[in-house]
Design a binder for this molecule. Structure first.
Ligand code: NAD
Length: 337
């Protein structure tokens, strides 16, 4: 049986060791855009530290890497406080995990949480755009979820990002979240250019997108073929907010924002599974890299009812596909293995 009072010193030491490894990895990944360990290794450490905290709950302190989002933010950019907290996503690695997620939601609301919106998990970085009276006033990275980096001049160079929203029912204030990414072709070309110039290539499309967006000189960002797809909102004021995730996407599209055309609303978990399997077999159909599927409860009132943990919403889950080889190969080049 677990000792809930106090963890033995070996567990405490291993916990401290893992926390340090994860903090260091977060710094390299989120701040330097240059990871030195693979995602699989990182995820392994995360699983181990979670398991330790399951057994010894007193190790689960608010500053544990399991309780936080992202990393400390870089001093290269001004800090901004998000109007609403930006979160991460919990993961599912199997059909059982997916069923457990659904069962938990069902238990919490004592009803079927469906329908579900299924969409692709784009391997980029999360960015929040703030529009006041339809004008883009700010673009910021997720950072630690509460505080992000102000990258407004950089975000303004993205051709997918409208400077002004269009339509009659544009809210007075809206915070739109989405993924900034480099299409796979753009990523490969950029790495070739970097290597030709004797510079280190990026480990994967996500790091290349983060590195390209977070340039001190926005003129360099402007030269990178960055794209954006929006997948959520934070604050929404002045008009009636959408009642479902799918209605949200229709309305964001009507404002001129870039919405994916690869999402699907389904009624049952079996149909969610079909979507997951379809894209597992068609992983390279999109022009961008995906690392899984995101499943969201479609109805916004149910999303509210389910709420969030310290780092992720309970109304959404990321079904992660097994990692791909190309990443590790490039990572090996980068770290000189
Ligand atoms: P995550 O990437 O697993 O999932 C959360 C993010 O998914 C959101 O913030 C959002 O930006 C993004 N997303 C993409 N498509 C989306 C969609 N359709 N709807 C909603 N969100 C969508 O979580 P994370 O906290 O950003 O990163 C953690 C992961 O990053 C780890 O599991 C690990 O694989 C990797 N990582 C690796 C290292 C390393 O050193 N190799 C270090 C830190 C993190």
């Amino acid at each position: 049986a677990a000792n809930a009072q106090s963890a033995p010193s070996e567990a405490r030491e291993r916990h401290a060791e893992l926390a340090e490894l994860l903090d260091e990895a977060n710094w390299r990944y989120y701040v330097l855009d240059s990871p030195t360990v693979s995602d699989a290794e990182y995820d392994g450490w995360m699983r181990e530290i979670r398991a330790l905290e399951e057994r010894h709950p007193d190790l689960r302190t608010p500053d544990s890497p399991t309780q936080r989002v992202g990393a400390p933010i870089s001093s290269d950019f001004p800090e901004v406080t998000h109007l609403q907290r930006m979160e991460s996503l919990d993961n599912a690695f199997s059909q059982e995990d997916l069923a457990a997620w659904q069962a938990r939601a069902q238990r919490l609301i004592e009803a079927d949480p469906g329908p579900y919106l299924c969409e692709l998990k784009i391997d980029g970085l999360a960015v929040a755009l703030v529009y006041e009276k339809g004008r883009l006033v700010r673009g910021a990275t997720r950072g630690n979820g509460r505080t992000g980096e102000d990258v407004t001049p950089n975000v303004r160079t993205l051709r997918d990002v409208p400077q002004r929203l269009t339509g009659d029912d544009v809210p007075d204030l809206v915070e739109v979240r989405g993924e900034v990414f480099l299409p796979v072709k753009g990523f490969e070309q950029l790495n070739e250019q970097l290597m030709d110039a004797g510079k280190a290539p990026f480990a994967n499309p996500r790091n290349s997108a983060a590195g390209s967006l977070r340039m001190k000189d926005p003129r360099i960002t402007a030269q990178r073929p960055l794209r954006m797809i929006v997948h959520g909102v934070g604050k929404w004021e002045g008009t009636t907010p959408p009642a479902t995730q799918s209605e949200m996407y229709e309305r964001l599209a009507s404002f001129g924002l870039p919405v994916s055309d690869r999402y699907k609303v389904v009624e049952t978990l079996d149909e969610v599974r079909e979507f997951v399997e379809y894209y597992n077999d068609h992983r390279h159909d999109p022009e961008y890299e995906i690392d899984g599927v995101v499943v969201k409860v479609d109805r916004v009132p149910i999303q509210r009812q389910l709420g969030s943990t310290s780092r992720a919403p309970r109304w959404a889950i990321a079904y992660k596909y097994p990692p791909q080889e190309v990443n590790t190969r490039l990572l090996d080049i980068q770290v000189g293995v």
